[in-house]
Ligand binder design. Structure first.
Ligand code: NAG
Ligand code: NAG
Ligand code: NAG
Length: 552
């Protein structure tokens, strides 16, 4: 029978790989965190840290990487693309139709209790010709807190840390966000050029110790470790307080109109100083979370911009200053705040001065308003089609009602990261930057006591760091979706479905990320074209990345 033949091919292929040898990954040194309902964490120290190599995928085959609440971390498996005897006779429009269930034979290869039903059987159909946005990549933020924690580790452990995030045996992050001056994730509030007072010419602008001892060294080692360019986005939280109406670091305060140009120049000065240290800034945002200085419910570094003020500043000061400078290629990303305020701010900017929209290259979006459905992002994309959407900040545990700031080993937090990244990528977002690369076990330091969770926690006293499930959630995207990949259509063809994204990579492969957030198993079949497909089981509460080489 046909099926036996296919199985034989799978077996011999697996054998071939086994004999030729896969990359030698070091497995997760798992630690049970000892709390009911939590997953494991992976422990790294000066002499041991788990690694992950991406396997090359021969034509006609696929590689799969699985992480799960039950404890898998990038577990590898492989298979061949199967060929059906008859065409699926699918429509080419990509419209979401529920397929005729009996068109597909049941998945009964595995000898176990799993019973396929319409409720647990997922069929997806790829349309490589229906293409959407190109992707820039994935990454995290080099805050003062992240870099200070990292430097508490010994040199060998610091190197393991950098490799874990940036190397080819790690997550291959290719984006970084860095605060311009201090943020709440600093040990004290500070800005550049605090003195002399009212120094509009910025005659005393200089970087801080945090830049020289912590952030720049971390960024430079990351750049050395990374196989390709790391694109860096920089954001100001608060300018020197003499520029602000309230002359305070936080609270209701905007830029005094006489310092609009100085605040634009402040950004250019920062880019210049970072360039002197050989760190190129790829993009700046127009100020972190401008709503915090308008509706001041937070108590950390902020600067308010009403939509009209922001429009006038970008049109008259920031836009022309950047474009007429040596750094004219630097992208300007507007708003840098929660998804629900973005349409209001963009419209207000546009009506205050339409040139503000011409000056911006894109829109930066934060994570903490994601109770608003993600299709708001598609609407923004369609209204401002030439502008990229970049997710610039995300973390778990920041809300007043998050009783646990750090929830060590939490799979639920990895699941939320995964769901949000999938939703963003399915709504025109081109890249996704996590917040602090690491924090201490309390979720700090943070001078405003705004503690949160991070994918890596640093335990100074043991000279070790732990990789939480969120680290692997990030890696399921960053490791396998290279810059220049393009989102393609993955259409649902069954009643049951799972959250997913599909991209076409510059390597000419297809990469899919799929999440099963249910506590029961699913069977998945992915139709690649009219006759070829792959199929597999999806463990409860798991994430899979599948790289398919559809070429023959
Ligand atoms: C480092 O981690 C490895 C693997 O978990 C362990 O065997 C070793 O004892 C650790 N070293 C120290 C100094 O804790
Ligand atoms: C310049 O800034 C430094 C802090 O970076 C400060 O100590 C010094 O007083 C400032 N100079 C003047 C002239 O204000
Ligand atoms: C942008 O700046 C570079 C120098 O960094 C300069 O050579 C180039 O002519 C500028 N381009 C425009 C369009 O102004």
């Amino acid at each position: 029978m046909e099926r036996v033949g296919v199985l034989n091919i799978i077996l011999s292929f697996t054998f071939l790989l086994a004999t030729q040898g896969l990359s030698e990954d070091l497995p997760c040194a798992a630690r049970d965190v000892g709390i009911e309902g939590r997953s494991i964490v992976c422990v790294c120290n000066a002499t041991y840290c788990d690694t992950i190599y991406r396997e090359a995928v021969p034509p006609g085959t696929y590689f799969m990487y699985t992480s799960s609440n039950a404890g898998k971390r990038f577990e590898k498996s492989s298979g061949v693309i199967e060929v059906a005897e008859e065409s699926f006779d699918d429509d080419e429009t990509g419209a979401d139709i529920i397929s005729d269930f009996k068109n597909f034979p049941a998945y009964d290869d595995e000898d176990d209790d799993f019973q396929e039903t319409i409720w647990n059987r997922v069929v997806l159909r790829l349309f490589t010709i229906i293409r959407s946005q190109f992707l820039e990549g994935f990454g995290g933020s080099v805050t003062d807190a992240a870099a200070i924690n990292w430097r508490k580790l010994s040199d060998p452990t610091q190197r393991e840390f950098i490799r874990s995030y940036f190397s080819t045996d790690g997550l291959e992050y290719n984006l970084i966000r860095v605060p311009i001056g201090g943020a709440d994730f600093s040990t004290h509030p500070y800005t550049y050029n605090e003195l002399p007072w009212n120094d509009g010419a910025l005659s005393n602008f200089s970087l801080s110790d945090e830049d020289f001892f912590f952030k720049l060294p971390m960024i430079k080692l990351a750049q050395e470790a990374a196989p390709e360019e790391i694109k860096i986005t920089a954001s100001t939280w608060s300018p020197p307080i003499w520029m602000k109406t309230n002359e305070r670091i936080t609270g209701f305060g905007q830029v005094k109109p006489e310092f609009y140009q100085s605040y634009a120049d402040y950004h250019i000065r920062f880019i210049e100083e970072y360039e002197k240290a050989e760190v190129k800034i790829w993009a700046i945002t127009t100020t972190n979370e401008p709503i915090n200085g308008i509706v001041p419910i937070v108590n950390f570094n902020s600067l308010g911009w009403t939509p009209a003020q922001l429009g006038r500043w970008v049109a008259n000061n920031l836009g022309p200053t950047v474009r007429n400078s040596k750094f004219n290629q630097t992208l300007i990303l507007a708003v840098d705040d929660q998804r629900y305020i973005i349409p209001i701010w963009l419209r207000g900017m546009e009506s205050a001065d339409p040139r503000s929209i011409e000056y911006i290259d894109g829109i930066a979006i934060h994570y903490y308003g994601n109770f608003v459905p993600p299709d708001i992002l598609s609407r923004i994309h369609h209204r401002y089609p030439g502008k990229i959407l970049l997710s610039t900040e995300a973390c778990e545990g920041p809300m007043p009602w998050d009783l646990l700031k750090v929830e060590v080993g939490s799979w639920a937090r990895a699941r939320r990261y995964t769901r949000n990244i999938l939703e963003d990528l399915n709504n025109y977002v081109v890249g996704w930057i996590d917040w602090n690369l690491c924090l201490d076990p309390e979720g700090g330091p943070n001078w405003a006591e705004n503690f949160v969770d991070a994918p890596i926690l640093v335990y100074e006293e043991n000279d070790e760091f732990i990789k939480q499930p969120m680290f692997y959630a990030m890696g399921h995207f960053s490791k396998f979706i290279p810059r220049g990949s393009r989102v393609i259509r993955a259409a649902r063809r069954s009643l049951a479905t799972l959250e997913n994204i599909a991209v076409l990579t510059p390597r000419d492969t297809i990469v899919m990320v799929i999440q099963n957030r249910y506590t029961s198993e699913r069977s998945v079949r992915i139709n690649i074209d009219n006759t070829r497909f792959i199929r597999f089981r999806m463990e409860p509460e798991s994430i899979k990345t599948i790289e398919i080489n559809p070429n023959s």
